[in-house]
Design a protein around this ligand. Structure first.
Ligand SMILES: C[S@@+](CC[C@H](N)C(=O)[O-])C[C@H]1O[C@@H](n2cnc3c(N)ncnc32)[C@H](O)[C@@H]1O
Length: 498
């Protein structure tokens, strides 16, 4: 039989689950948990969900995992930016989940509740709901009710992530067979449309080829189709184009958080649509004000922008590529500096017992915010935030690694050679400079000022730095895609500065 149409009889895993649960499962989940008959239990977090979390590809905010069982996924994705509720109808499952997670570092970022998904009434809605092996566990005639609950429980711009399993053609269940059409049938009437559906390449063992990852989002009542886009973006690019215009391409990518951001600035959907057609939004006073504030690189300007909350560059989460490099063990250990660290997401992400990270920012408010956001993190001993000017600060020790992202482009271009001198001054002779070069574009003015590989080379080569590698950043976010390159620079010991 084909992989995607295997009968349940020929698949030992499905067969085992089906035998254990039997038909008419009402009331029997608790029994199965009590008897330890839980063949669906992977004994660990679902690799694709863990991966999406680690790659920064999951929305933050309040998250729900219905039918969470022992809660491996709940614990795997809970973090200061994402509070996760694990829900299960079985008392014993919830008890086990609580027991095995009570001493997790992130225990204050999740909770387990014994409740029925179909009748539970939470006090707050969710930004993200993840369904894995829950849709296939309920009776198929409950699926419309499932979709309606998803609509009720999610915020209007929330995301539903479905790991569709088992894609097969067996009869009976649970697990009941599923297909993309089964999800569409109940989700479309609830105004959910799939943003993407892909094979789960990380499916485990016999589940391989039977799982697809679907990311449906709800269509906004007031939002036209042109603003329903697949990914989160930030507003920075919308403001960096010359003359304060939002270009058609960039505007076409505005969605989710940035749409909210634009709305906060008083930019209406109509104005965005106008600018999409090439009309200017420079007459919007709030945008003008933001450009004015950011238009200065003086300490006062940055402080003001932080105080007033005009920080359109702020991703609200770590930069996926730096998180990825850290998690794959491809970052040097030792003392690390992140100049112009802002809220410090990258600082806390790469800080660990092997790497002490200093986050530096000239703005008092940025440093205050970074400290507030990070004070209770498990790795708080492995980073510090300092309010200092990168160009005049004198640390007592040199660094093994310096990471520059959105700092080179934030300073006046005529400060770039001083920037390179400081990099040389602050790094150990064999230290590494990691530059995430952005924005590679040809706009005029700033900040952010346009950058190119040649701009970095021009100032770094005289300081004895040579690029070890320069590659496109495939993990760049939204409109930053295609505009970012990752450069890894080292000093050549023989190069004389005389
Ligand atoms: C474009 S923001 C980027 C913040 C952060 N890297 C991010 O991507 O979210 C630039 C940051 O550099 C800081 N900054 C500007 N000049 C500085 C200086 N001379 N020394 C240290 N920080 C500075 C600003 O306060 C601001 O937080």
């Amino acid at each position: 039989m084909a992989n995607d149409s295997t009968s349940i009889e020929s698949n030992s895993e499905l067969q085992k689950i089906s035998q254990v649960i039997g038909s008419g499962f009402n009331g029997s989940w608790e029994e199965k948990w009590q008897q330890g008959l839980t063949p669906w239990d992977l004994g660990k977090a679902t690799p694709i969900i863990e991966h999406l979390h680690q790659a920064g590809a999951l929305p933050n905010g309040r998250t729900l995992i219905p039918g969470c069982g022992r809660g491996y996924d709940v614990v795997a994705i809970a973090c200061p930016e994402r509070f996760v509720v694990g829900l299960d109808i079985s008392d014993s499952a919830i008890k086990k989940a609580k027991e095995s997670s009570s001493s997790s570092w992130n225990a204050s970022h999740f909770i387990f509740l014994k409740a029925d998904f179909f009748t539970w009434n939470p006090t707050e809605l969710f930004d993200l709901i993840i369904d894995y092996t829950f849709f296939c566990a309920i009776e198929p005639d409950m699926r419309p009710a499932w979709a309606s609950r998803m609509q009720q429980l999610l915020k209007p711009d929330g995301e539903l992530l479905t790991l569709m399993f088992p894609i097969s053609d067996h009869t009976g269940g649970p697990p009941y067979k599923v297909s993309i059409a089964d999800y569409e049938k109940v989700l479309h009437p609830m105004r959910f449309k799939a943003v993407s559906i892909v094979d789960n390449e990380m499916a485990i063992g016999s589940r391989k080829g039977r799982e697809k990852l679907g990311r449906p989002k709800r269509a906004y009542e007031a939002r036209s189709e042109e603003f329903r886009i697949s990914d989160w973006v930030c507003g920075w690019m919308g403001l960096c184009v010359p003359s304060g215009r939002i270009s058609g391409g960039v505007c076409g990518l505005l969605s989710g958080r940035s749409l909210t951001w634009a709305k906060n600035l008083g930019v209406s959907t109509t104005q965005l649509r106008m600018s999409n057609n090439g009309s200017s939004i420079e007459s919007n006073p709030k945008v003008q004000k933001l450009n004015q504030i950011i238009g200065s690189d003086s300490a006062g300007g940055w402080e003001k922008s932080w105080q007033q909350g005009h920080t359109p560059w702020d991703l609200g989460k770590p930069t996926p590529i730096i998180q990825h490099l850290h998690q794959t063990g491809t970052l040097p250990s030792g003392k690390t500096l992140v100049p112009g660290c802002g809220c410090g997401y990258d600082v806390v992400t790469i800080a660990c017992p092997e790497r002490f990270v200093v986050g530096l920012d000239i703005s008092d408010s940025a440093i205050k915010k970074a400290k507030e956001l990070s004070s209770s993190l498990w790795n708080a001993n492995h980073f510090t935030f300092l309010k200092e000017d990168f160009f005049t600060w004198n640390p007592t020790e040199l660094f093994d690694l310096i990471f520059d992202y959105t700092f080179f482009c934030a300073i006046e271009p005529d400060m770039r050679s001083v920037w390179a001198k400081r990099m040389r001054h602050l790094l150990k002779p064999d230290g590494e400079l990691l530059t995430l070069m952005f924005p590679i574009s040809d706009h005029a003015g700033g900040p952010p000022y346009k950058v190119s590989v040649a701009d970095y080379e021009e100032v770094l080569h005289p300081m004895g730095f040579k690029a070890v590698s320069i590659v496109d950043n495939k993990m760049a976010i939204g409109p930053r895609k295609g505009r970012e390159k990752l450069g890894r620079w080292k000093r050549t010991p023989s190069k004389s500065l005389l």
